[in-house]
Design a protein around this ligand. Structure first.
Ligand SMILES: Nc1ncnc2c1ncn2[C@@H]1O[C@H](COP(=O)(O)OP(=O)(O)OP(=O)(O)O)[C@@H](O)[C@H]1O
Length: 262
């Protein structure tokens, strides 16, 4: 169940080499990430966990291109990441749904601003409104939606932009447990129907193990990669897998590893 390296024969879509990030603060320099190395393969679902302040969001922001490394290299498809781009979409914990736009206009927004043909935008909206189960709500306004439905709009909008990397920073962190687990199941299905490279940050170790092909555990600041786990769950999994002996054992391993940081 546990492994340490990606297969060598595949070209990573995201390549992180010896990456260090420091921030100047009034108290002196803070090292957020320290010589991090990581390869992410195309269409891999990678979850990143670790104690608060270990640099998870910093790493995501580097992949998004909104932050630059102090030292080291970060690349996407063989080229250095020098800024944000439509090939890498971000979903945050807070809803980014525009309240003045209907569900369908929210989902098609990024294609519209990029001047994509109307037919292409409509086809993407049709596909993703249906894949996230909001077909009956496509004309609805965000104020008519629950928190979980708004999150589905967020995810559909990120997907509709057709990025090859989806960056998710605790997207389900503010949802109640029932909604959260339903969205976890839906995200696994969506990812199988519409494969993408996903980098997903979470504080919830069961969420990480349920969703990820690979779960990366980072050490406390300065963040380094402490361990990697491959849950290897069945593709058609649902919440019941969380009570299987294999899952419970792996969750214990991860919980014990996290405890060593306290
Ligand atoms: N712009 C900044 N200026 C100074 N320090 C920063 C800045 N951004 C992040 N840091 C520091 O870098 C470290 C890593 O921050 P980051 O937000 O990446 O951690 P995190 O693992 O995502 O935390 P959390 O789980 O609490 O969201 C923290 O100690 C944070 O205070």
């Amino acid at each position: 169940m546990t492994s340490t390296a990606s297969p060598q024969h595949r070209q990573p879509i995201i390549e992180v080499v010896d990456l260090t990030v420091t921030f100047p603060t009034p108290e002196g320099e803070v090292t957020a990430l320290d010589r991090v190395g990581l390869d992410i393969e195309e269409n891999e679902f990678v979850c990143i966990m670790g104690p608060s302040g270990c640099g998870k969001t910093t790493l995501l922001n580097l992949i998004a291109g909104i932050l630059k490394p102090s030292r080291g290299h970060i690349g996407h498809k063989g080229s250095p990441i020098t800024g944000p781009g439509p090939d890498r979409a971000v979903v945050f914990q807070a809803d980014a749904v525009f309240p003045w736009m209907s569900v369908e206009d929210n989902i098609g927004y990024s294609l519209k601003v990029r001047g994509r043909p109307r037919q292409e935008t409509e086809a993407a909206v049709d596909r993703y409104v249906s894949l996230v189960g909001l077909s009956d709500f496509r004309k609805a306004w965000p104020r008519q939606l629950s928190g979980g439905m708004k999150k589905r709009v967020d995810i559909a909008r990120a997907y509709a932009a057709d990025p090859d990397v989806l960056l998710m920073d605790e997207p389900f962190g503010a949802l109640d447990i029932m909604t959260k687990e339903r969205l976890q199941e839906e995200l696994v299905k969506l990812w199988q129907l519409s494969p993408r490279t996903v980098v997903f940050i979470t504080h919830d170790l069961e969420e990480a193990l349920f969703l990820g092909d690979r779960v990366i555990l980072m050490s406390p600041r300065p963040g380094r990669i402490a361990a990697e786990y491959r849950p290897n769950l069945p593709a058609d999994r649902d919440m019941s897998v969380k009570t299987s002996p294999e899952f419970v054992a792996l969750a214990k391993t991860l919980r014990d590893a996290l405890k060593t940081f306290h």
